[in-house]
Design a protein around this ligand. Structure first.
Ligand code: NDP
Length: 436
């Protein structure tokens, strides 16, 4: 705690993992003696750097960029870049730590990392975003590489930003290599990558429901966020028979009791992805409720998919959802639920898939993008969707294998299962390397 004082998000993530891993380590003393968990809590390195760029008025602006290289025991560091005004070392450390477990869970050879900058893309012109991305990569390029560290997108970093950064890397190194994932299809990107996190999250929900003799058909789904993950969660859940009644952004949420069908979702994709507008426009267009400044957790539904950001479900929100009869929660965003919220869900017998399992589909397809880049070929959509589907079932089954028997409900404990399954592979590799 002393080494990380004040880093609330990072300490929160470590506590969540430690609660389930420490009892496991107590039964497996080889990990204790080698202080594996303690070593995993200390990133291999953290790079921080100045990003100076010029805005459209010719003013010089300065931001701080970061890359946290957490653990490369089982493969090159891998994890997204986040551009958001709220970015701090604590947030990136928590994300990199979680990423290490998540990447291990996918079964692919990827270590954990995360990075980004306190740059706020909102209201910036295309040209300003390009200048920022190029300035950011002008420092980052010396720390990454296809066999070293392969960043991707995250909040505020989508196809446009990845393309500007990839172009700058290529120019600086004079190398065309798979150093970033989430690239355009014309230059080494993978089919299904854009959809993968949202689709994977719904596949996890489907597996979790099936395992408990339920299906997605006719379930009312509450989704938060309206970015990449939320959009494709909404698309796949709808395709599989559920009805999505909410979406949100940082200004509030919309409630559409008739469901956000394919046509309405196309409007949201254009609104958020192209025009970068506010979700309240949906309410104006379709004549539905807009609740300013609120998250959608008071809406009655069967399934919840928090897909916006960290710490969006408090214990009070969890209790409201439980009171309204929620059956299952699948975390599309990273750590959207506070720990006491998770405890409340699990004690009430609500099925709960934590982010490191539920949203691993994105990085899994990023791993497959790396594979395709190394082989210099591209698989088609069907092939990739089938691989994603199989990977998500593999993750579900690992959670079941290591997560049976929650103390109060005796139900599958997906939090424990995901933590232990993710831990074992990384920990065994670290043991094999000796002390370092
Ligand atoms: P986007 O930038 O595409 O969308 C983020 C969405 O969340 C937007 O609707 C945004 O609203 C909203 N949001 C962001 N910050 C806040 C906040 N502080 N309060 C309320 N709403 C907020 O990001 P992604 O969809 O890619 O990422 C969403 C989550 O999923 C993050 O936790 C990310 O780490 C996680 N994730 C993403 C993956 C991916 O493949 N993209 C992979 C795995 C996890 P607004 O438009 O107003 O900013």
């Amino acid at each position: 705690e002393r080494r990380n004082s004040g880093e609330t998000e990072f300490l929160q993530a470590v506590e969540e993992v430690a609660t389930t891993i420490l009892p496991y380590i107590a039964k497996n003393p080889k990990y204790k003696k080698a202080r594996i968990l303690e070593r995993m809590c200390e990133p291999d390195r953290m790079i921080s750097f100045r990003v100076a760029w010029e805005d459209d008025e010719g003013n010089v602006r300065v931001n701080r960029g970061y890359r946290v290289q957490c653990n490369n025991a089982i493969g090159p560091y891998k994890g997204g870049l986040r551009f958001h005004k709220s970015v701090t070392p604590s947030i990136l450390k928590f994300l990199a730590f979680e990423q290490t477990f998540k990447n291990s869970l996918t079964g692919l050879p990827m270590g954990g990392g995360k990075g980004g900058a306190d740059f706020n893309p909102q209201g910036k012109s295309d040209r300003e975003v390009m200048h920022f991305c190029q300035a950011f990569m002008t420092e980052l390029f010396r720390h990454i590489g296809p066999n070293t560290d392969v960043p991707a997108g995250d909040i505020g970093v989508g196809a446009r930003e990845v393309s500007y950064m990839f172009g700058q890397y290529k120019r600086l190194k004079n190398e065309f290599v798979g150093v970033l994932t989430g690239k355009g299809l014309q230059f080494g990107g993978s089919e299904i990558r854009t959809e993968a996190t949202g689709y994977g999250c719904v596949y996890m929900m489907q597996d979790m429901l099936n395992h408990h003799d339920m299906t997605l058909k006719d379930q009312i789904a509450i989704v938060s966020g309206s970015g990449n993950v939320a959009q494709y969660t909404c698309e796949k859940a709808t395709q599989l028979g559920a009805k999505v009644v909410t979406m949100s952004d940082s200004s509030g949420y919309i409630y559409d009791k008739d469901g956000i069908d394919a046509e309405k979702l196309a409007f949201i994709m254009e609104l958020k992805g192209v025009r970068r507008g506010r979700i309240s426009e949906y309410a104006d267009k379709y004549g539905v409720e807009f609740h300013a400044g609120k998250a959608p957790w008071s809406v009655k539904g069967d399934l919840a998919f928090p897909c916006a950001t960290q710490n969006e479900i408090t214990v009070e929100d969890a209790k409201t959802l439980i009171g309204n009869g929620i059956k299952a929660v699948c975390e599309g965003a990273n750590m959207p639920t506070y720990k006491d919220g998770i405890d409340a869900f699990q004690h009430a017998g609500v099925l709960f898939a934590p982010s490191k399992a539920a949203n691993a589909g994105g990085v899994a397809v990023s791993g497959l993008e790396m594979t395709q880049n190394s082989m210099r070929l591209s698989w088609d959509r069907e092939e990739l969707d089938a691989r994603l589907r199989k990977i998500m079932t593999g993750i579900h089954d690992s959670c079941v294998k290591h997560g049976d028997g929650h103390p109060t409900t005796d139900q599958v404990d997906y939090v424990k299962g995901a933590n232990i399954a993710g831990f074992i592979k990384v920990a065994d590799a670290m043991l094999a390397y000796g002390v370092m």
